[in-house]
Design a protein around this ligand. Structure first.
Ligand code: THU
Length: 134
């Protein structure tokens, strides 16, 4: 499959799942989709809570869905759709770092399509990760 078709599949998965965003408090709907190292796509949306701190972001829900489904994964791409375009939050970057490779890309989109692609390492060049633990 071409890179363009792959990005399109990720975009469509994130756009479809964004419709399920449960965001009555922020009204900020987010959809995300990840591509795993073995070529699978998982999507997620943000899920908020009356106890605000209980909210979970779309990116983390997509990653957790992948891990819940198949165990440990590598994350090659993370595509996120917001309106307007926004970068993943620090909590999500930390979770992405757990499964990222040195080639992981973050694709920032609005509902009309991809707007910007950046290497994950640009966001988090020095993550706290397993190598940080004794
Ligand atoms: N949100 C995400 O889903 N992903 C992010 O990376 C940033 C923030 C969600 C959390 C909350 O439901 C809403 O956007 C406003 O912060």
């Amino acid at each position: 499959m071409s890179e363009k078709d792959l990005i399109d599949q990720l975009f469509q998965a994130a756009l479809e799942t964004r419709k399920n965003s449960y965001s009555p408090y922020s009204k900020f709907a987010v959809g995300a989709a990840i591509l795993t190292s073995d070529g699978k796509i998982y999507s997620g949306c943000n899920v908020e809570n009356a106890s605000y701190g209980g909210a979970v972001c779309a990116e983390r829900n997509a990653i957790f869905r992948g891990v819940v489904t198949q165990g440990e994964i590598g994350v090659e791409k993370v595509l996120v759709i917001t309106e307007p375009v926004a970068v993943p939050c620090g909590f999500c970057l930390q979770v992405i770092s757990e499964f990222a490779t040195d080639k992981t890309e973050i694709i920032l989109c609005d509902p009309t399509g991809p707007k910007r692609t950046l290497p994950f390492l640009d966001f988090m060049p020095h993550p706290f990760d397993k190598a940080s633990l004794p």
